[in-house]
Design a binder for this molecule. Structure first.
Ligand code: ADP
Length: 500
């Protein structure tokens, strides 16, 4: 199970660098807290720039001089397939760890982690199918291009879906032949460390995959600014993403950023309302609203507003809130105390702005919720799109309901946002659905569904929701660069001093 080096009250985890389990240079650890009990359950190493440097050097050596750099892609693929099998075998154990760290529902995390091996298999399958191109060259030469890996890639991931979001980066990066340093969120580092046991068993050469843990500015930033790192794959807030983008720009590093959202879920009057209610509830209260793709703005046609809200509220009230390990629970706690305070703050802001509280807005009273970081599913009506509650990402179980009169107004409200991650459209009219899919400024548009993600389908943001795409064939291109090779076919090289 988890790496323990101290027999003290809490297990002390170690980082994984250059194929070894190491203690942090600082000699200090951070508590990782179970959000259901609000009590610490393990200690994670507080890494710093020295640890980051060790990890990057190990990854660089593995890329330059280790067997990984010379390995045929089909052999790399075999290791990735083994890792997929090992994750599958350990999925439930990984899910238990994830739930302890971030309070997500055990039922949901089991499902999610059982799905994770698909990414490793998809990209393992792609590893030996990345082909170059022979160009129709207009010169007496053969010119062709070779897709090549970038070198050391950095993956910085958040706390809401730690293993999945790490996988979205690790699978294509490794399949493409890069080496990797992962920095999980300080609240949820345990599954990334557990994964390293499986990486070891799968047979990755030392240094190909490394994990350093700790605080973003202390150990994450030195990875981004390190002269030997070539790419940053980041999922997290727009604020942190923009900061890291600026740092990466100084050294002209590539970035893939998957950032915030304020996604509209748009319900037309002709929609199947039972399905729409489920989609809207799943979109905002699934994962207790803590997903970048949360459908946090409900745009509902004025004609059905009251009837729809009644149904929505009645259905939401049926959700059991409490222990995330209970398989009957539908809504768990907020993942950490900082986020908990932030969500409560936004509920106050919405009230002050004049939005009407139609449901929730408080801590639940159930004894089971105890000291945990719980907030009732919350719905505000009478929201105007200019309000902060409609413009800013809350990252919690708070839905803002707005109305629209026609298609054009729905599009105008939906696109009046600095974000553009996703959108949902609920209608029985496929003409409306297709027109909406063209007009919405969003990286994913779901028609009569919401929150679907697959390893096959590109995912990413418009506007301030991000740069680049994860998943699908596009996803591996983020981790490749093109080298053009020219071979002269001329019998004689022209005299460079004679032009024309
Ligand atoms: P949140 O505010 O929701 O925790 P962040 O975007 O700040 O989201 O965090 C996402 C990831 O980015 C986490 O792994 C976090 O440690 C990391 N991070 C935060 N700040 C920095 C930073 N200045 N440099 C590098 N990584 C950072």
């Amino acid at each position: 199970m988890l790496q323990t080096v101290d027999a003290g009250a809490l297990p002390r985890l170690r980082m994984y660098v250059g194929g070894e389990w190491v203690e942090p240079a600082s000699g200090t650890w951070l508590e990782t807290v179970d959000p259901f009990t609000a009590k610490p359950w393990a200690l994670i190493p507080r890494g710093n720039a020295e640890d980051a440097d060790r990890a990057v050097r190990a990854a660089h050596a593995a890329f330059r001089t280790g067997p990984w750099g010379k390995m045929h892609p089909s052999k790399r693929a075999r290791i990735l397939f083994r890792l997929a099998d090992l994750i599958e075998e350990n999925a439930d154990a990984l899910a238990e760890i994830e739930v302890r760290d971030n309070g997500r529902l055990l039922a949901e995390m089991r499902h999610q982690i059982r799905y994770v091996p698909n990414w490793f298999r998809y990209y393992a399958g792609l590893a030996d199918k990345i082909e170059g191109t022979v160009h129709p060259c207009d010169k007496p030469a053969l010119s062709f291009s070779r897709p090549e890996p970038l070198g050391v890639c950095v993956a910085i991931v958040p706390w809401n879906a730690p293993l999945l979001l790490l996988t979205l980066k690790a699978a294509p990066a490794l399949a493409a032949g890069n080496t990797l340093v992962i920095k999980p969120a300080e609240y949820t580092s345990a599954t990334a460390l557990k994964l390293m046991e499986l990486v070891e068993q799968a047979g990755f050469p030392p240094g190909v995959v490394n994990v350093v843990t700790g605080l973003g500015p202390e150990v994450g930033e030195p990875l981004v600014t390190h002269p030997l790192t070539r790419h940053l794959g980041f999922t997290g807030s727009t604020r942190t993403g923009a900061h890291l983008y600026a740092l990466a720009a100084k050294d002209v590093k590539r970035v893939s950023l998957e950032l915030g959202g304020k996604s509209p879920n748009i319900v037309f009057a002709d929609a199947d309302l039972d399905n729409a209610v489920r989609g809207v509830v799943g979109g905002i209260f699934g994962a207790t609203g803590q997903t970048c793709i949360a459908g946090s703005r409900l745009l509902v046609h004025a004609k059905i507003h009251d009837a729809f809200l009644d149904r929505l509220i009645a259905f939401t009230k049926t959700a059991r809130i409490g222990d995330p390990r209970n398989l009957e629970t539908k809504i768990g706690p907020i993942a950490n105390s900082m986020q908990y305070e932030k969500v409560l703050g936004y509920i106050d802001i919405a009230r002050q702005e004049g939005a009407e509280l139609a449901l929730g807005g408080r801590r639940p009273e159930a004894a089971e919720c105890g000291e945990g970081f719980f907030i009732e599913p919350t719905i505000f009506t009478g929201v105007r799109n200019a309000m902060r509650i409609a413009q800013e990402e809350v990252f919690g179980p708070v839905l803002s309901a707005l109305t629209f009169e026609d298609e054009d107004e729905a599009v105008a409200i939906a696109n009046d946002s600095e974000f553009g991650l996703a959108a949902g459209v609920w209608t029985s009219d496929m003409k409306v659905a297709l027109r909406m899919s063209e007009k919405l400024e969003a990286g994913s548009v779901w028609i009569n569904t919401y929150r679907d993600i697959s390893y096959t389908t590109p995912f990413g943001g418009y506007k301030k929701s991000g740069i680049g795409r994860e998943n699908g064939i596009e996803g591996i291109r983020e981790y490749l660069q093109t080298k053009a090779v020219w071979i002269s076919t001329a019998a004689e090289i022209p005299n460079p001093f004679v032009i024309g």
